[in-house]
Design a binder for this molecule. Sequence first.
Ligand code: GRF
Length: 215
Amino acid sequence: MPARLGILISGRGSNMAALIRAAQAPDYPAEIACVVSNVASAAGVAIAREAGIATAVIPHKDFADRESFDRAVSTELDRQGVELVVLAGFLRIFSPWFPGRWRDRLINIHPSLLPAFKGLHVQQQALDAGVRLSGCTVHLVTPDLDAGPIIAQAAVPVLAGDTADTLAARILRQEHRLYPLVVRWFAEGRIRIEGGTVEVAGVAPGATLLFSTEP
Ligand code: GRF
């Protein structure tokens, strides 16, 4: 049985779309059980609906506090039989309750090589720091923002003349490769979490780092 994913979004949904595409391959070990958005007008909601995926809009503004919102999202995920929760541009900070409830079954993609450049405007942070290499990170989500155990990363060069937008676009192309790969590993039961680090069983050494030299 394919693993059932719940994808949480707030916007464009291009990582969600990459996962939908990946899950269309007959041998992909995961299926999208539902997409939940806290924003009704998110472009990703329309993409998911068109793909025939169950969607739910749960506006955070309808809830008195973070935890009540988190519990409503979690109830929806349970209703859909979700086994792995995938954050894909979900722009809400959780109460500590949610990562506790989905411990070791909650992942995020972040557009920097963590632990460098947490939070927002991370491509600008990378440019301001003058790094020559940036990329994206898929990590487990813990109550500390952008600080959970790292599962895999993809690295790209930072080129002379880059703006935050050109760097973001280069990183995003790698996000669309990396996220479906990590979800596959999860669904295949390869992810071993030991303390603060992750081992991916049975993949080639170095497979958890993608490197792209595309401009
Ligand atoms: C991506 O850059 C992702 O790394 C970050 O939010 C952005 C979401 O983009 N967490 P999209 O909605 O998947 O297109």
